[in-house]
Every structure is written in C-alpha cells, then in structure tokens.
Design a protein around this ligand. Structure first.
Ligand code: TXA
Ligand code: MG
Length: 355
C-alpha cells in the first residue's frame, strides 16, 4: 500500500480525501495536541481491526474515540456522570480522555471487548477539521508501532507506519508530547488511569477528591511487578523502551553529576558506548558517546515535548547503555508525574539512586 503524505501547506485541500478514506474503512494518521494518532472509523469493527494490524498491537488494548463536537458523544455513552460534565466543560477540547459506559453503537472491536469506551475531544485544529470531514467518531491510538514511543512529528509516523496506512496529515511538531490524561468517571470517585498534561491538582480543583490507579502509583515508586493489573489495559505493556537498557539516575543535581562520571568511567573501561539524556544545565561526563538535551531542569513542559523524540533517537545511535537524568520532576500534582511515569516505563523501572 502506498501511504500519501500530506504536507503541512496542503492540508486544506486534503481533508475531503481524508474523510473519504475514513468512510470507506481506511486509516489516516493525524496530529493532536498530545501525540499523533492513527485514525479509523470508530463505529466500523473492520477499521478497528486494521488499526491493530497496522500497529502490531494486541487487540485486547482498547482504542480512544475522538470527537470534534459534544453532540457526537451522546450516541456513544449510556450516561454522563456529573463529574464528567464538569471535566468536559473545563478541559474539552483538550488533552483529557474520559471513560464512560458504552452503548451498542460502539463495536467491541474498538473497546478491546470492554463495556466502557474512552472518549476525547482534541484541541488541535487539524484533528478537529479531520474529524468533522470524516463525519464519524475516530478511533485512534498513538500512531507508533506497538512498543515504540508515541510519535511527536509526522516523520516518526512515516518511520513506523509508511506502507501500512492510507494517509498521513503532517501538522508539524505537536505541542505537549505526552499522551492525554485518562480519567475513569464510571465509579463513585474519579480515578486517573494514565497521568498526563491535565494534572491531578487540576482535576481535583474541578471535581474534588480523585484517586490514581494503584498500578500507576506502583510505577512511580519503581514497583513495576506488584501484581496489580492497571485499569487501562495499555498501561500494562512494556512501552517506549529504547533498544539498549535505560537507567534513570535519581538524586540532587550534584550527586547525579558525580554518579555520571563514575558510570562513564565504568562504561569506557568495558568498552561500552553510553548515552546520556540530560537537562540543559546538567554537566555531561567527559568521553560520553552521546548527550541528549531535554530542556532546563524543572522545565516540565519542555522535557515532555522532547522526551519521545530523544528516546527514538537513542535507537539510531547504537548505544550499549543509556543513563537519564531524573530532571528534578514534581510530585503527583504536576506534569512531572506524567513524565516520570513514561520514563519509568521506558526504563522498565530501573533506577540508580544516589545521594
Ligand atoms: O493523547 C492520546 O490519548 C493519544 C492521541 C492520539 O489522542 N492516544 C493514545 O491512544 O494515547 P493509545 O491507544 O496509545 O492509548 C490509549 C490508552 C491505552 O492505555 C488503553 O488501554 C486505554 O487508553 N483505554 C482505552 N479505552 C479504555 C477503557 N475503556 N478503559 C480503560 N482504559 C482504556
Ligand atoms: Mg500508545
């Protein structure tokens, strides 16, 4: 299959064709404010099956349904809890996905067999225009092959999916760089299933007490194999991992810098090529094979935006081992919590604590 790549400057004339592809059961990758998505008609079981095949994704991992207008939600869900109403009013369109009880309109193939459906209204103008041109809700996972970091530029989508999908809409680099926050609003207390740009603090300001899925908290604490299954099925899979082993080095700035010197000298003694993912102000050890700069220490928005691109780059630089700064990220009420969640998953929970 030949994949048509639509240049940023030609988008306006491409929406009609993109919509036709979707209505005839095809797949179109498109930018959102979080990461690129791989879209198909959410109401067409065959289109969902094609999405799983193109990504090489296990089909028990449900897809998020993307809409452009609030009216599109009503046929998809059985009820809209009060908390959902408040969260939608404040954060839609935007990087927040809500879990509802689904109606029969949504095929089980789209929800990985679950009785619930994840819905989100992206704020990216290209996403909104594309969804409207399609005239149907769009099921879209991140547009990467399963296991790789989510794409933050059209080039990443080309790398992973060229030849396997019908069209890619190039909207340039995305703004946020991490996938949407997922909140389950089907229970009594809202529960965060995947942390993201919309933080726990922002959600609690809107709807009061909110929990975090215990399995996600486990990841934050480095307890990867607690036996607690995450409530978002996708969170259980190994993700984002570069080909070479990755370790997060945690501690104060000075203690990390000292530790990196030690790690580099061990690596060079053993003839290993080590790469370092560092904040801009962190000194790199002499002799480092590769140094990647993610943004100023504590600048969580910059670090979120650069992380996935760096993890991808690591795979091209044939390293034997990668060490990452902990970036001085914040607690569970900040964007830093989402960054650490993704980093910990990429590192398979491996950290080096130094003091
Ligand atoms: O920012 C995003 O959310 C991006 C863009 C493209 O919108 N999409 C995205 O989709 O990250 P994906 O498929 O890569 O991740 C969807 C996550 C998975 O962890 C999945 O298990 C969870 O959402 N999910 C989907 N439906 C669910 C449901 N009904 N109940 C619980 N978790 C669900
Ligand atoms: Mg994904």
């Amino acid at each position: 299959m030949e994949t048509i790549l639509i240049d940023k400057n030609d988008l306006k004339t491409a929406y009609d064709e993109a919509g036709r592809i979707i209505r005839s059961g095809g797949l179109v990758a498109f930018p959102t404010e979080t990461v690129y998505g791989l879209g198909g008609n959410a109401l067409d079981a065959d289109a969902s099956a094609k999405i799983y095949a193109a990504k090489g994704r296990p089909s028990d991992n449900p897809l998020i349904v993307h809409i452009a207008d609030r009216e599109e939600l009503y046929p998809l869900v059985r009820e809209i809890p009060d908390a959902a109403e408040k969260l939608m009013d404040r954060f839609w369109p935007g990087p927040l996905t809500l879990i509802f009880r689904k109606t029969d309109v949504v095929p089980k193939e789209t929800t990985g067999g679950l009785e619930t459906v994840a819905v989100r209204m992206p704020s990216h103008p290209v996403a909104a225009e594309f969804i409207r041109a399609s005239g149907v809700p769009i099921a879209a996972p991140s547009a990467n092959t399963s296991g790789r970091p989510s794409p933050t530029m059209a080039e990443h989508v080309v790398e992973d999916l060229s030849g396997r999908i019908d069209m890619i809409l190039d909207g340039g680099s995305v703004g946020i760089g991490l996938e949407s926050t997922i909140v389950d609003v089907t229970g009594e207390v809202p529960m965060i299933l995947r942390p993201g740009y919309i933080t726990k603090a922002m959600i609690e300001e809107t709807v009061g007490q909110t929990d975090i899925d215990p399995a996600v908290r486990g990841t934050d604490e480095g307890v990867m194999a607690t036996g607690t299954a995450p409530k978002a099925p996708g969170m259980k899979y190994r993700h984002y991992a570069p080909k070479s082993p990755l370790y997060i080095v945690r501690g104060s700035r000075q203690s990390i810098e000292r530790k990196l010197i030690e790690l580099e000298s061990q690596a060079s003694e053993r003839g290993l090529r080590a790469g370092y993912i560092l904040s801009d102000d962190m000194e790199a050890p002499k002799g480092a094979a590769k140094v990647y700069r993610a943004g100023a220490r504590g600048d969580e928005e910059a670090i979120a935006a650069s992380l996935y691109g760096i993890l991808r780059q690591c795979d091209y630089d044939s390293l034997d081992v990668i060490y990452s700064d902990d970036f001085g990220l914040g607690d569970s009420s900040t964007l830093g919590y989402a960054i650490r969640n993704r980093l910990m998953k990429a590192a398979g929970g491996h950290q080096i604590l130094c003091e």
